[in-house]
Design a protein around this ligand. Sequence first.
Ligand code: UPG
Ligand code: MN
Length: 738
Amino acid sequence: MKEKGLMALFETKEAKGKIAFRVFSSSIFMGICLIWIYRVTNIPRAGDRGRWAWIGMFLAELGFGFYWILTQALRWDVVRYYPLKQTLSHSCHEDKLPGVDVFVCTADPKLEPPCLVINTILSVMSLNYPTEKLSVYLSDDGGSPLTLYALLEASSFSKLWIPFCKKFNVEPRSPDAYFTQHSDVQYSAINNAQDQQYWLLIKKQYEDMKKRIEQVSNKGSVPEEIKKQHKGFSEWNSNVTKQNHQPIVQFIIDGRDKNAVDSVGCRLPTLVYMAREKRPDSPHHFKAGAMNALIRVSSEISNGAIILNLDCDMYANNADSIKEALCFFMDETRGHQIAYVQHPQKYNNITKNDLYGNSSPVLNKIELAGVGSFGTALYCGTGCFHRRASLCGSKYSEEFKGSWNLETKKNDQRTIDELEEASKVVASCDYEKGTQWGKEMGLIYGCPVEDIVTGLTIQCRGWKSVYHNPDNIAFVGVAPPTLDIALVQFTRWSDGMFQIFLSKYCPFIYGHNKIKLGGQMGYSVYLLWAPSSLPHLFYAIALPLSLLHGIPLFPEVSSRWFLPFAYVFLSRNIYSVAEALICGSTLKAWWNLQRMWVIRRTTSFFFAFVDCIVRQLGLSQTTFTVTAKVVTEDVSKRYQQEIMDFGSTSIMFTVIATLAMLNLFSLLGALVKMVFWGSEYMDLEKLMSQISLCGLLFMVNIPVYEALFFRKDKGSIPASVMFKSIVLASLACLMPLK
Ligand SMILES: O=c1ccn([C@@H]2O[C@H](COP(=O)(O)OP(=O)(O)O[C@H]3O[C@H](CO)[C@@H](O)[C@H](O)[C@H]3O)[C@@H](O)[C@H]2O)c(=O)[nH]1
Ligand SMILES: [Mn+2]
């Protein structure tokens, strides 16, 4: 691969076991074909019992089968990339490094507390990178002076924090995460008394700052005497609301200023606060709109050739992550093709057995790397380094070889006021009218997963992308700590992704001849999450009902046709357990994840499917429900103890409870029939598969039954939901099955 004399800055390694996987995969495919043949050749005749259920099963299995074929792309050819950071350090002088602009987005000071936001900001300000080439931008869609206040506090604290990090090589560089992980100076590996004093001082300073920010946040307004200290606060007059305000751009630190130095006299990175203009009559396009405004504002100010995009809850965990990512962009043979480098979403609040299946080690280690192997790593919105040019709509061309725009705008002669004024123009609502922003330039509008669709269009313009999952985790965020939040998130994702599939961006059409077939299939695995709910829902209803009515839907155990069913089911699950354990999961975490898949498919994905269709019909508009990052102590305690939280009357919980009830009623009903009426009514051998599957479903649902009948805490299922589920499940049981 390497051209002569050119410096390779990253390595490519193929994952092991490719042949074995392909053989295994082919055997499953044969099993699936046999299942299809069995279904088609054994349809009950017209008028026979269970004919429609049988046809439904066939359609569901046809759906499962085709979906399974798509998923093979995720493991077919897994390749991993390894940056050679040392080579970069040796071969590239700091002068030759490109400017890096970091974008952090926040949307609501209640759901995303300012303290959380500034920890992210501080962690990126202190990354190991020449500060004159580093600029940090905060987009505040909450348009809140509380966030501006927190940012000002953070800028003062950064003068202590940055030298502190560099002196002790602190990791992670989010002060909150660092001081939580090293709660005592004893554990900080610092032995010298003077340094210990210093360590304690910084900790105290951080805690004091945190207290001040929390006080102001709790009070809900910034005290007058503080407002006088920065001109920025004057932007908030009585007419300013979250949805209606002029563009606000405020320099917090001007990196060009010789006096902007930390406590040891080193220059500080540029830090800018932005709340783009919001007007009730102009759509603001959620995070995509914020990102596009950031792209333009930053191009006025620092115009870094590389952009790092982070959500406000995602701090930098590895101090060298910028340099690692640059290895990909700056590789002399392949770097010029790379548009972005995506890191997985990792979380710091995962409990031992990952109750809500958030950590997804198999997804992160295997599946995302698998899609990335086709040059089509997904852009996942956070933890992603972009080349500015490709994000702004440029098509790939050979010209990008070796040409870095190293000119930083730091020698721009404009004053801060002039820069702020120029930035406000590009952060206004009108600026985008009649332009290609949101269409061909920047992030794409109109989709709740702006990240995925934007990544896809970049790849279709000829660029490649890299998925990078280093052992030393680069960025760490906050996983949804309740079932409700987790399901809201999955609903937004699956809804947005299905919308892409139905739109002109469908990878099989839009990506035809532009990205590899494997990439198109890999994308579709996620884009089809929402409709994949239909066969699953059918299974979750038809299996218990047919059992209750004594209608067999699978071959009897002694039949040869039973083998493909058993083989496909067992081998896939064994494979999945083995893969999870290899990727570092626990058995219980795997089991919890299976439960979450059942729940996601029957609730989030199904609701997303309905929402998306409704929107396609023009009956509703795109929304973006921001996920809460903090919860009450009570809820947080249950999360730590891994007790599922159902404490609201969400319609999703009604669905979960109804399906669990239906399954319970059917198992009990079947048992009663068997005991009282005997084998004449219930042919045990023929119903064995259904009994086993419903039994498994029962086990999966144990926490649901507990929350329905046994728990008394606030996280149990509310009585109204229980009542509804009993009524609905009973009605379903009374329905005749054809
Ligand atoms: O109007 C908005 C709404 C959201 N955000 C920000 O977008 C980010 C993501 O929002 P969050 O509620 O945390 O959603 P998640 O589901 O956790 O986000 C994932 O999925 C989103 C797409 O659905 C991507 O935008 C995110 O980058 C990705 O991390 C946060 O920083 C928000 O502050 C805005 O800036 N403006
Ligand atoms: Mn998030």
